[in-house]
Design a protein around this ligand. Sequence first.
Ligand code: ZN
Ligand code: MN
Length: 482
Amino acid sequence: MTAFEAVIGLETHIQLNTTTKIFCSCKADSWNDPPNTNICPVCTGMPGVLPVLNKVVVEKGVVLAEAMHAEVRPLSFFDRKNYFYPDLPKGYQISQYDQALAFGGYMDLPIPATGERPAYIRQVNITKLHLEEDAGKTKNADGQRLIDFNRCGVPLVEMVTAPDLRSADEAAQYLIRLRQLLRWLGVSDADMEKGQLRCDANVSIRPVGADYLNPKTEIKNVNSIENVRDAIEKEIARQIREVEAGRRIQAWTLEFDEEAGVLRKMRSKETEADYRYFREPDLLPIRMDAAWKEAILVDMPELPLERRERFGQDYGLPEYDADILTSERSLSDYFEAAVKAYGGDPKKVSNYLMNDVLRMLNESGKTASQLRLTPVYLADILKLVDAGTINTSTGKSLPQKVEDSGKSPLNIVTDEGLGKVSDDAAIRAVCYEVLEENPNEVSTYKGGKDTLIGWFVGQVMRKMRGKADPTLARQILEELLK
Ligand code: ZN
Ligand code: MN
């Protein structure tokens, strides 16, 4: 039997997080607003109005293009994409066609290892990157068709990959990395559930090793990464069944029914010629001269995948740590600042971040830069442990105390008397107490159950509110129990 491989390309629509819309000054984000409240004659397509391009849209588009290693055109144009739909009041969408903002580009996508194969890099090329306006929303309710124009004119980047992805997992990884990148760059909030990152998937199959392309189907608007993976997997399986049964794949557009988990045929697809593209006569071309481009890119950050690589090399972090610490920009900035302030083993800083700090972030909903436990305070805690001023268990409880109080670690240690007690006599007195209060455990220990020593140490630590030097406590207990 023939073995097949999948050939997948993803078409994404990315909602840029600008304050205002692309061609008017209406508020762009309407997530919490009632229908038809952020609209004006421009975005509702009234006769006689003129669009005015929002400069920030172009700037965010250039930042994204740069991050995708795409080439920005010195001169690009807007075009009209003509089609009729009730939520498109102008009867056309202002988009870019043959001379778009940027061209080319790629992402070197890391695919994690599984039990069966090692990790590898998949290069995903970009075939299209352009600016356009969004359309409105329609919904059916009680037999009526309702239209909300709030989303008309919200700025989008449409970005399309070449058919370079080979499995549903690779497609999911691409979306995960794209979402990470968009948030990192600060160009989009990229929340799929809010439609800020939308994805259509083009799927076909071919015998493994073939280099031609078969007819593809297009899966429309699936709104979570899990659903994209699920829908693609099901579509690959369906195409293989069809071909093995001797049938041909037809170029359908499919819709994923999330509730039922099945794909349904929507329509046969339009071709580009149906849209009758022509230059938008109401807008000037975008002239991206060197000075403007330079000004836009002056704050261009190091990209997440590059930083991930560097964290492995510079700090000797395992890939697992590097991946989590670069999952979000402010967390990775935090890590570097803490390592710098500490000056010791970066892996120790990473351990604190991956346990205590991440838990704090999850619980509070803050970003790392908003914590009262600053990188310098975290480094202070590590230094206090290293110097033997506090023991490790106090070191574990301090981050939360700093976060709750906003006080420095040293102040808390002084105020609460948390300094490690290394005074032999003080610990010895408590050890006596513990042994006296627990005669049963003492005889069990003496009967040969050595592992109870940890329990005795625990009792001493508890009585001394965690401040005893645990190594010393253990030595004394072992001596007394002989
Ligand atoms: Zn408007
Ligand atoms: Mn589009």
